[in-house]
Design a protein around this ligand. Structure first.
Ligand code: ZN
Length: 157
């Protein structure tokens, strides 16, 4: 069964279970999401599809429907000697590998660093406070491109 994709434009404030703000849209720049394209986590998209312009809602998304549970096997122990000598490393820092993968520095000892390849939000139960700006059918070129276009059809590539 396929559903005609929509473009949902919305503001959000993302908080974790402790109420810490992890991410939010800028006041003048709501996020435009093409549904069915894997742009946002499944649990959020499903809830957004039930809303209409002007709606405000708190959407709770458990970890397993957000970024998944943490996998301790994704924490790697790397010898400092294997890293560039001029790289300054601090705990909590994000590093991006040549393959584009982002890892978090979760520990440092005399000879090693511990790098965590889990998504930074893995294992977190998330809460989205959303305000819907607009809901419309997606245009054919948006569906073909796999992303939403701006109000005048322009976009960045
Ligand atoms: Zn495009």
């Amino acid at each position: 069964m396929s559903v005609k994709p929509k473009v949902i434009t919305f503001h959000y404030v993302l908080t974790n279970a402790d109420g810490d703000v992890m991410d939010r849209t800028d006041e003048n720049q709501p996020f435009a999401c093409l549904t069915g394209a894997g742009q946002i986590i499944e649990g959020l998209e499903e809830a957004l599809l039930t809303l209409k312009a002007g709606d405000k809602k708190e959407i709770a998304v458990p970890a397993e429907r957000a970024y998944g549970e943490r996998d301790d096997n994704l924490v790697m122990k790397v010898a400092k000697a294997q890293l560039p000598a001029d790289l300054e490393i601090e705990e909590g820092q994000y590093l991006q590998g040549e393959d584009g993968q982002v890892v978090t520095v979760v520990g440092i000892d005399d000879d090693h660093v511990f790098l965590d390849a889990n998504h930074p939000l893995a294992g977190e139960n998330l809460n989205f406070n959303v305000t819907i700006v607009d809901v419309r059918d997606a245009a054919d070129d948006e569906i073909a491109h796999g992303h939403a276009h701006g109000p005048h059809g322009h976009h960045h590539h």
